[in-house]
Design a protein around this ligand. Sequence first.
Ligand code: C2E
Ligand code: CA
Ligand code: CA
Length: 764
Amino acid sequence: MAITRQRGGRTGLPDGRRHSGGSPLILLEAEPHDRPRDAISHSNPATSELTALAAAANSLIRESMTEMVAVCDLTGAIIMMNRAMAAAVGGPGASGSLAAPAWKHRRLDGRTYAAADLPLGRALRGEGVTDEEMRVIWPDNRRQSVVVNATTVFDDDGRTLGALVMMRDITPQRDAEATVAFQTLHDGLTGLPGRLLFVERVQRALNRGARHRWSTALFAVKIDGFEAINAQFGHDAGDQVTKEVGKRLQACVRASDAVSRESGNVARLGGDDFFLLCERIGGVRGATSMAVRIASRFERPIATDGEPIRISVHVGIRVVRGAKHNPNVIIREATSALALARESGVGRTAFFAEEMAAAETARFDEEHALRNALERGELRVAFQPKISLATDRVVGVEALVRWNHPQRGPIPPASFIPLAEATGLIVPIGAWVLRQACQQGVRWRELKGVVSAPIVSVNLSARQFDSSLLTTLRTVLAETGMDPAHLCLEVTESMVMGDPDLAIGMLHQIKALGISISMDDFGTGYSSLAYLRRFPLTELKIDKSFVDGLGRDPESTAIVAAVMGMAHAMDLSVVAEGVETRAQLDALRALGCDEAQGYYYARPQAAERIDELLTKARLDGDRAPAPRPQGAAEWGSGTIVIVDDAPEVRLHARMSLTAAGFGVHEAESGEGAIDLIRRVRPDCVLLDMHMAGMSGLDVCRVLRADPATRDVTVVMLTADGKAAEKAEAFALEADDYIVKPFVPRDLVSRITAAIRRRAAIDPS
Ligand code: C2E
Ligand code: CA
Ligand code: CA
């Protein structure tokens, strides 16, 4: 048998019969498969030759190799395999057959291989497999990308004896490539999809629209005078504005009833050119109210490191319905509508020519309908309780307006308040809500069994904020008999920041009437608490977006804690809005929050249904603890070693990580880090690449060489993010690579993801 024969003193395969991969076969300390010998002889008569085959291969494999190699007989039974292979299939004792392997092979498109197409089968048929990439899922569920080579092994007479299968793990390269791919498909500054990805999303949305015959709208959004912002405030501020615009547009999509809430529905295609995609939008009318909503997202100034910046946006809209459309054409048409909006200078919103007339009609109809709504009694006021965390009692209610449209059903305030504000209709609507709220307030004060009469809160709009407001307040208080001490008005930062001095004057006059004032949506604007000292406030409502992140997102938790501390120092009562879970409530209690409002306790509801809640001594008595949200279990559990020679970076990282619940150790040099890591066995090392003395790469090299630390998750931290450096980091099996400066939320989520990824690879 040729394969076992010594030729010219060398051990090797005959030249013509080398495996097709090209590189010579080297197996490291092959471990002969421990199947009983006679099993082999039953399955293959040429046992002695096979044993010889194994011996020959064994002698070939003196040197170390990470490639996985197995030699099989005609039945696919593994005659021998090297250590890497044995480790992959679950140790040398694991049952070994390449014909019916205990692991799965997947093609690159995700399909499984038919049994006959497995590398072994092809090699036994004499076809061989050369450098074929596939994914394998090992018996322990580890996933790897591998390159497979398989060769037929013949004897001298050309009879097939078996096959040799080799797999090379290329998972790290593929992961690194995926990272690069993500970066090329996404905009580096905002993380939003770039053109390539977005065109594909638009295409998919258009296909769905054609199938379901609904309309799809594309909004082209551009910041008004972006160049001037860059020139006046500098490019850093420009970047901050750009990022925030992306975030606010995403929030718009999330708040809409969009069919698909994939985060990819907002894109930045260069400079300040943003696009927003909405599906099943309700034609031109729906698109109009979406555009109003987009515009209203920018009433609030944008916080930057310097001074807050006030911006406005232009919106170009293209709506299509049914039929197949080309995404690139639609994008172009939205862009030309945007140009129209910018040129006309009047409206900040324009439709693509085709829809222009329809848009005007729709807006006119909508305004007309809203005007009628008040007269026809289509508006209602719902009330949502506010609960004291000290007594678990309802201490207040917030009045929230509702529109019950006779044809379209209930319309949420977010959909019509912006139009009401734009048209001035908010003034009569607001006065009506105020009156309803006061009437209920009086009724609750007189209702039997009520533990204590609630403070009734009413939302105000900027448009209501003029001298007629005081007249309205006086009239309504007098006519309803409402005690002003039980009335509270909710204002927002953007309302009062337009003209702070005027606002302060107005608020003092309102306060003089005995009415209290609450700052709504706090934290979303830019005002510092110190600045708020000038306003006569009694209450601060922490915006839902921070409450959402409580206990999960270190940034939110830190913000809520800070706000709470400072508000109390200023003698303000703090209310958390949008509380939905027990976990949030527990976090709020721990932070000393005064009151909570949200679906966890009660949704906004008709006044009569509030009656019963007001007679309860405690609202939260019988609730079971809410289950932990999915996926939260691993968030922030584990120990991290931070290695950086810059103390401020260590501090920033430590605060971010401890706030998320990680245990943290620190080292200020590479040399010190290694000892520390050996001692504390962390779940992850956050490693600065550039340090005086031993560099991060050096440290990583040492860690990977030592069996005790080889498998630790390493996340590299660098200031410049050069491609070559990144490649070097990944070559040392770094798990991720973060470019400074980082935001706490990203740091925590990337470290968590890196630990999870490695845990999925390394079952140890
Ligand atoms: P807002 O003042 O911040 O009101 C709180 C909003 O959050 C309400 O939405 C409420 O239903 C909702 N909410 C409360 N708890 C939860 C929760 O646990 N989870 C979630 N997801 N949402 C919760 P709504 O009623 O749709 O009102 C939206 C906005 O419309 C209000 O935000 C307010 O800015 C405005 N608005 C409502 N009524 C009036 C009004 O009479 N006048 C004025 N000017 N604006 C109003
Ligand atoms: Ca409110
Ligand atoms: Ca609010």
